[in-house]
Design a protein around this ligand. Structure first.
Ligand code: ADP
Ligand code: MG
Length: 318
């Protein structure tokens, strides 16, 4: 199977947008960005054995490689338009590549994103996707915009993917709803776009809420109070992890959620709730931004809460 045939198999399945003057097949793609918009560019690599188990279904790998990048664009409030795929394959197995492309292109089609180029080489299994979108100048959601007094919000539910990964690592059965969240995350694009110009700051939750919120706090020069019992949990997570302390740890410290954590002034609460309804995803207030630094977590009784494990101690303020 020649490299050319593999590329052709991918190209045949891709969405074609009319702002793509030239797509796959030449030395570079030619794109026509909407006039007066800023381009937003995100790139993330996924390596077998590091970011996904080597025996993950190829459709799931393809989906996730694009999803993590679309999630980054969502966290900027950008609307995605185009992407590229750099592929390193140990063996050019056409059925495997077609399945991978199918997963990636299913998510691309859902959001009207056009695959416009890439690279295909031989090597250890690895994917690198670059996603390109656009946003109105000055309205992107940056990490450095959080202000004292802001509400802290999170979309969807937290901890599902971490619970799936934990079960998988323990060779325990992985509930289907949790596996779905690990393998096929839904980037919160509609919500992110609706928050642009409305929220003060945003980040997508990929490394765990505490770690990612910590990035916003450091960039913005502020601290946070977090209500750990307010963290939204799915029914599947409650059923799989009934012990509250274990569940909180997954929700606050686990990763791979690909939800949006954002801050906004209290005056726009109703607007944010309406935007979330419109986007078809829940938005939950989980705390507020305060002067200072670090994250003070409290439980529903107001008692200080520390995430288990020494690795997280630097987030505590007591
Ligand atoms: P070049 O040698 O000029 O880099 P390539 O043979 O690598 O050309 O690629 C030929 C065309 O196929 C280019 O338009 C490139 O963007 C596209 N392409 C290569 N690999 C992929 C891939 N995995 N997914 C999408 N497009 C690809
Ligand atoms: Mg090339």
């Amino acid at each position: 199977m020649a490299e050319f045939d593999l590329i052709d198999r991918i190209r045949r399945r891709a969405v074609v947008r009319d702002d793509v003057a030239l797509g796959i097949g030449d030395d570079a793609a030619l794109l026509r960005p909407p006039p007066g918009r800023e381009l937003a560019v995100a790139t993330d690599a996924l390596n077998a054995g590091v970011h996904f188990p080597a025996d993950t279904a190829p459709e799931a790998i393809g989906w996730k490689a694009l999803a993590v990048n679309l999630s980054d664009l969502a966290a900027m409030g950008a609307t995605p338009a185009w992407c590229t795929l750099s592929l390193s394959l140990p063996e050019p197995d056409p059925a495997w590549v077609e399945a991978l492309a199918e997963g990636l292109l299913a998510l691309a089609a859902r959001h009207g994103v056009s695959l416009v180029g890439g690279d295909t080489t031989r090597g250890p299994l690895s994917l690198c996707v670059t996603a390109i979108g656009h946003v109105a100048p000055g309205r992107a959601l940056r990490r450095d915009g959080a202000r004292d007094g802001d509400d802290i919000w999170v979309s969807g539910t937290l901890g599902d993917a971490a619970a799936a990964l934990q079960a998988w690592e323990r060779s325990a059965p992985v509930p289907e709803a949790l596996r779905e969240r690990l393998e096929r995350p839904s980037p919160r694009i509609a919500l992110g776009a609706a928050l642009a110009g409305r929220a003060h700051a945003a980040i997508d939750v990929s490394d765990g809420l505490l770690a990612d919120l910590g990035h916003v706090l450091r960039a913005s020069g502020v601290g946070a109070e977090l209500a750990v019992d307010a963290l939204p949990a799915s029914d599947a997570l409650r059923a799989a992890v009934p012990v509250p302390q274990a569940r909180r740890a997954l929700q606050a410290g686990g990763g791979d959620d690909y939800e949006l954590c954002f801050t906004a002034p209290a005056g726009v609460r109703a607007g944010i709730e309406a935007a979330a309804r419109e986007a078809g995803v829940a938005a939950t207030r989980i705390g507020r931004i305060v002067a200072g630094e670090g994250i003070a977590c409290r439980d529903a009784d107001g008692a200080p809460w520390q995430p288990p494990g020494a690795g997280y101690e630097h987030f505590g303020r007591g």
